[in-house]
Design a protein around this ligand. Structure first.
Ligand code: AMP
Length: 206
């Protein structure tokens, strides 16, 4: 099972990715999480990409592809994996064809007008990577999973969200056609509850 999850920022990719990986026991590979971890640990990579991420733009393709390629060589990917946030553009999609062609690409579709509300209400856990919405957790300040203090991601502010959506429209959305042509694309309506979206994904994955 080599799964790619596509979808605009705030479509629920991260939440669905965690559920899918738990069910099928495959690693959840999120390039955004890898970059954030590097920023937290102030590695040379983290220092290099920090400003780019804070502005909502894409990190360099060569570095990103290298990270994913190395990660997919690890033992835990032998029976499959789920990529969340990669590929983000045609260059990365073509590179992925060379080192690990995906078997299924799930595109989670959401109404763009709802995305800003979805993202500005998001609270993230810097420790376990969990992501929660204030509609569900209310004013709770600590992570429901691990207890760490929740934060608002720097790129979850309205201005940066607008930039991220623009980047998505210009660079990531063309991948829908790319994977349609490959015959691996499955589209899911993401404007429903977490459980409903998950059920449909499970049906698609068989
Ligand atoms: P995400 O957590 O997937 O929303 O990603 C957060 C940020 O990390 C993005 O806005 C980019 O700056 C960077 N990023 C994540 N994945 C990629 C990728 N595949 N290519 C380039 N930049 C990425």
């Amino acid at each position: 099972m080599k799964i790619v999850l596509l979808g605009a920022p705030g479509c629920g990719k991260g939440t669905q990715a965690a559920k899918i990986c738990e069910k099928y026991n495959i690693p959840h590979i999120s390039t955004g999480d890898i970059f954030r971890e590097n920023i937290k640990n102030q590695t040379p990579l983290g220092i290099k990409v920090r400003a780019i991420m804070d502005s909502g733009n894409l990190c360099p393709d060569d570095v990103t592809c290298e990270i994913v390629k190395d990660r997919l060589l690890k033992d835990d990917c032998k029976n499959g994996f789920l990529l969340d946030g990669f590929p983000r553009n045609l260059y990365q999609a073509e590179a992925l064809e060379d080192f690990a062609k995906p078997t299924v690409v799930i595109d989670i579709k959401v109404d763009f007008s709802k995305i800003e509300k979805r993202i500005t209400g998001r609270r993230s856990c810097p420790r376990c990577g969990g992501s929660f919405h204030i509609d569900f957790i209310g004013s709770q300040e600590n992570c429901p999973e691990c207890g760490a203090k929740l934060i608002v991601r720097k790129d979850d502010t309205p201005e940066v969200i607008r930039e991220r959506l623009l980047v998505y429209r210009n660079y990531t959305e063309p991948l829908i056609d790319f994977y349609k042509k490959q015959g691996s694309l499955r589209s899911i309506d993401g404007d429903r509850s977490i459980d409903e979206v998950f059920e449909e994904i499970i049906k698609v994955l068989g």
